[in-house]
Design a protein around this ligand. Structure first.
Ligand SMILES: Cc1cc2nc3c(=O)[nH]c(=O)nc-3n(C[C@H](O)[C@H](O)[C@H](O)COP(=O)(O)OP(=O)(O)OC[C@H]3O[C@@H](n4cnc5c(N)ncnc54)[C@H](O)[C@@H]3O)c2cc1C
Length: 443
């Protein structure tokens, strides 16, 4: 008999996983608490657009839907740094100018993956169904729907229900050995808009990810196909200058004119956006194990939510889908083994990504503004070109390859040590040589 999977959550990873499992011939029921995104509901609580790169694209390609998903994507070839003075510095992401990340609308991507799943007749998607509890040993989900309570019974449940996963909460409550750790940043985020020009074009460089680094906080902007940019302000919740203390229109205007003077004239709805858009929180979630017997598994943010500063949360969730699919193919008659294998292949990498994403916040908000950072990036590109296949900058490994995150992090640290040691040795040699020359001339 066909194995029956119940998936909770049809966000980005849920839709994609539904398609992968559908392709493998399983019977799949996908339950989503929200309404159908095609009916125009906004995917609230998450960013409007996001960056998809090599890992995410690979996962889409395996299902033949990458072109469809990337149809309206906008390539971003590097970071455009905005000084307070309004000066701009562009830093290409990679020595190869063809390497870029892609700004893509979350709602459109969500629709693409859900439709890809629905193309398989063995996949059914049920919107407006909120999971409230899971019976772990029986793989039964309890859901609230418009007409009351629903019970979904399958052979296995996969929690693809995001950072605040109900499936994971059931595991936390019922499994004594379940490890769980969540940590919130002191910063929240708010989305704002840079409007298109009157003719519908972009009022800043279109093919870049814009950053206004301001040491302890920052604003970024990603382009949208309609000529607008979605800006995200990452700022402290509390403190003398923070979301908590900036309430009135005058306070908001003063803050923006002081910190982002070149952006304010492009943001006609700034005050409205600031008042109306929610302030989101940023959480890192680590837990283990991501499965229970052959009954339950967690995937995507439900297993490993990370802060968004490497632009990899969704890319990693998509990579999870590829790995779980591979494990189910390797162990078709032993689902527990497949889940265990999937967990062991992904856990170390998810942990490494969580650390990388936290480190990159400091890099983006603080270091990108400095000359040293720009010199280091140039050195990275020089070494990458001079030592092809030997030296790969960390950002390149994470964003433009499928080298496992943990391996990329280790290799990045090793390379840094070698580069810094070489620079030290070169400096000392230059010093010795200079002293020798000066002494020789003095004789
Ligand atoms: C500001 C911000 C910017 C980001 N930018 C990027 C980026 O540039 N690149 C990138 O790769 N990642 C980015 N991310 C991360 C990315 O959004 C997540 O990693 C990704 O959405 C994870 O997908 P998911 O399907 O696991 O979870 P989600 O996308 O959160 O989907 C979970 C789904 O489950 C549903 N659900 C939740 N609870 C229940 C329930 N009880 N019952 C039924 N359904 C339920 C939800 O409605 C939702 O549809 C960003 C995140 C944030 C916050």
């Amino acid at each position: 008999m066909k194995q029956r999977f119940t998936l909770i959550g049809s966000g980005l990873a849920g839709g994609l996983l539904g398609a992968y499992l559908g392709r493998r011939g399983y019977d799949v029921d996908l339950y989503e608490r929200r309404a159908d995104p095609r009916e125009g509901n906004i995917v609230g609580g998450r960013s409007i657009n996001l960056a998809v790169s090599t890992r995410g694209i690979h996962a889409l390609e395996q299902l033949g839907i990458a072109d469809e998903a990337l149809r309206h994507a906008i390539p971003m070839r590097g970071r455009m740094i905005h000084d307070k003075s309004g000066d701009l510095h562009f830093a290409q992401y990679d020595v190869d100018p063809n390497k870029h990340i892609n700004s893509i609308g979350r709602a459109a991507l969500n629709t693409t993956v859900i439709e890809a799943a629905q193309r398989y007749p063995n996949v059914r998607v049920h919107f407006n169904h909120r999971c409230t509890d899971v019976d772990l040993t029986e793989a039964v989900c309890y859901l609230e729907a418009e007409n009351g309570q629903v019970m979904a019974r399958g052979d296995a449940v996969i929690g693809v229900d995001g950072a605040f996963s109900a499936v994971r909460q059931s595991m936390q409550k019922k499994l004594a050995e379940f490890e769980y750790d969540e940590s919130y940043l002191a910063h929240g985020y708010k989305e704002l808009t840079i409007a298109p020009a009157a003719d519908g074009s972009w009022r800043m460089e279109k093919n870049a990810l814009h950053i206004w680094p301001r040491k302890s906080f920052m604003m970024i902007a990603l382009p949208n196909p309609d000529g607008s940019f979605t800006c995200t302000l990452f700022w402290e919740f509390e403190g003398p200058r923070s979301f908590a203390t900036t309430k009135t229109d005058d306070e908001v205007c003063d803050f923006f004119w002081e910190e982002f003077p070149d952006a304010v004239p492009l943001m006609p709805t700034l005050l409205e956006d600031f008042r109306q858009n929610p302030t989101g929180s940023l959480v890192t979630i680590r837990c283990a194990p991501w499965y229970y017997r052959d009954k339950i598994a967690l995937l995507g943010d439900a297993a490993h939510a990370v802060v968004p500063f490497y632009g990899q949360g969704m890319n990693a969730a998509f990579e999870d889908c590829v790995v779980l699919d591979e494990c189910l193919a390797e162990f078709p008659n032993n689902r527990e083994r497949a889940f265990a294998e999937y967990f062991s292949r992904r856990k170390e990498n998810a942990d490494a990504l969580a650390d990388l994403a936290l480190e990159n916040f400091i890099e983006m908000r603080d270091k990108t503004a400095s000359k040293t950072f720009r010199t280091k990036k140039k050195l990275d590109h020089f070494l990458e070109a001079a030592l092809p296949g030997i030296y790969l900058p960390l950002y390149t490994m994470v964003t433009f390859t499928r080298i496992p995150y943990a391996e990329a992090a280790r290799r990045g640290r090793r390379q840094n040590r070698i580069v810094y040691a070489s620079l030290m040795i070169a400096t000392v040699l230059i010093l010795i040589l200079s002293i020798w020359v000066v002494r020789s001339l003095a004789r």
